[in-house]
Write a protein that binds this ligand. Sequence first.
Ligand SMILES: [Zn+2]
Length: 243
Amino acid sequence: MNDVSEGIVLSSRDYREKDTLISVLTKEFGRISLVAKGTMSVHSKNAPACLPFTSSEFCFDYKETKTVFPLKTARINNSRRHVREDLDLLNFAGLLCELTEKISDQGVVEDELYRNLECALNTLYEDKYLSVCLFLSFVCRLIGIEPVVDECVLCGSTQVSSISIREGGFVCQHCRPKVHAYACTLEDLIHFRLLNKASFEHFELLKEKGPFTLNDVTTMIDFLVHHAGIRLHSWNWIRSLMD
Ligand SMILES: [Zn+2]
């Protein structure tokens, strides 16, 4: 009774009149859904704590056999208002949360995922491309599809010249004509290698190696989408705004 868990709101949708159904990645219980009653009403006390990308403390009665719970109360720990005030950041926060929702299982505790999502949302306003790339690199490692970035994925040569998404990493000049590979600059290769070796503890260090760009994000997402088969609506949306 009255279980309390810290959680990050991944998404929110209308649910019956004046209620919302929110998807939350909690520290203690993994990803769950909460029915937040009355949060569409202007008088709701819980509404601000139930907004997407917010970290809050949620109180509800947990039962092991269930994944949807009526929310009792919610209190904000971190509203991430700066994310909500910038359309670009809002879109990328949506991407991080959609990806988290797709790779997490309901009711399974995922400490690493929780920590990395929190880091990504907290650093988004500092350097959005780097932040998103580091989260993508973490996800690739988590689901076991990290690219080969020390040598040519086909012949093992260290004289690499390009990235082949389909083959799974770096390719050399010799192997490149045999496969479909990106046209890469030396900087693209260095960024791809750094990002796939690094984690959020290297954020400050990597910031100095930048600037990281949307091009870096695109390569990382192409890799993830190709090898994990995940469809990301928020990425299609971001792309459509760029065209
Ligand atoms: Zn090769």
